[in-house]
Design a protein around this ligand. Structure first.
Ligand SMILES: Nc1ncnc2c1ncn2[C@@H]1O[C@H](COP(=O)(O)OP(=O)(O)OP(=O)(O)O)[C@@H](O)[C@H]1O
Ligand SMILES: [Mg+2]
Length: 253
């Protein structure tokens, strides 16, 4: 089972869009796929038309008492399951602080699912917190959507420094990718070149700024399900191929 975190300190950069679309493509390609909505906003849950409800709430997750098998919901798509998020997860950090191994709960909860899924996507809330540290521990690969703009790149630098300082960088592979790329914006090309130089593991495929993406919330479907032929879908397909090549066999658990 490969665990892929879709994470950024910054909000509104395309994490949920990437998590849902890549999970959809993974499942469509034959992988038994789970997407875990870790965000109290429960946007991935909304997109996949599942009721935002966590039995036992964030508390049972943080204490490691939950059996994830009981919480998993099927989606409308073959091989794609969802662990929904709900508002009770807003206190995850406080709840995790009381846990015995506060940075390892997520991995502990996920381990029993290792035989059931080929790939798990973690749709993470913005910010850097105890929950994020759980994601850093659990994930084999961390995808970091990065808008090619100064403030977004600054949070990528902050993340990289954090991961180095805390030694998480040891087993965790971090792969930034560009999100919401807009050819009309004059500074973006230079920013992307600098980031790719600083972080050579930056993925080659980028997601363009595209009006079609906004309709995910209207249709409540992954983009490739309602717009199979458009440049943004093609970009996610290419990104997924690149991610697949990166994760390969031999990931943790
Ligand atoms: N490539 C894109 N082009 C245009 N709009 C996009 C693109 N990707 C995402 N969006 C839109 O931008 C908004 C934020 O996207 P999304 O929810 O995926 O970001 P996020 O990083 O998960 O946000 P949050 O930090 O709040 O969880 C949404 O309205 C979404 O439809
Ligand atoms: Mg989100």
């Amino acid at each position: 089972m490969n665990i892929v975190g879709v994470y950024s300190i910054k909000g509104g950069v395309g994490k949920t869009a990437a998590a849902v679309n890549l999970a959809y493509l993974a499942a469509a390609g034959g992988a038994r796929t789970l997407i875990w909505d870790l965000d109290p906003q429960a946007a991935a849950t909304f997109y996949l038309r599942v009721k935002p409800q966590v039995k036992g709430g964030g508390k049972s997750l943080a204490r490691g008492h939950a059996d994830l098998d009981d919480l998993v919901k099927a989606t409308d798509f073959p091989r794609l399951d969802l662990l929904p998020g709900d508002f009770s997860m807003r206190n995850m950090d406080l709840l995790l602080e009381d846990a015995k191994r506060p940075t390892r709960q997520l991995l502990r909860l996920l381990r029993p699912l290792a035989e059931e899924y080929d790939i798990v996507f973690l749709d993470c809330p913005p910010s850097i917190s105890l929950l994020s540290e759980n994601v850093f521990r659990a994930a084999d690969l961390l995808l970091v959507p990065t808008v090619p703009a100064t403030l977004s790149v600054r949070t990528l630098d902050q993340l990289m420094v954090f991961l180095e300082d805390y030694g998480h960088a040891r087993d965790l592979r971090v792969a930034p990718f560009f999100s919401m790329v807009d050819p009309q914006m004059p500074l973006q090309t230079g920013v992307m070149e600098r980031v790719a130089r600083r972080y050579p593991q930056t993925l080659v495929n980028a997601i363009p700024l595209a009006a079609e993406l906004e309709y995910m919330g209207v249709h409540r479907l992954p983009l490739p399900a309602y717009a199979p032929i458009c440049p943004a879908t093609a970009a996610y397909v290419a990104l997924w191929a690149e991610v697949q090549a990166k994760i390969g066999p031999g990931a943790r658990s």
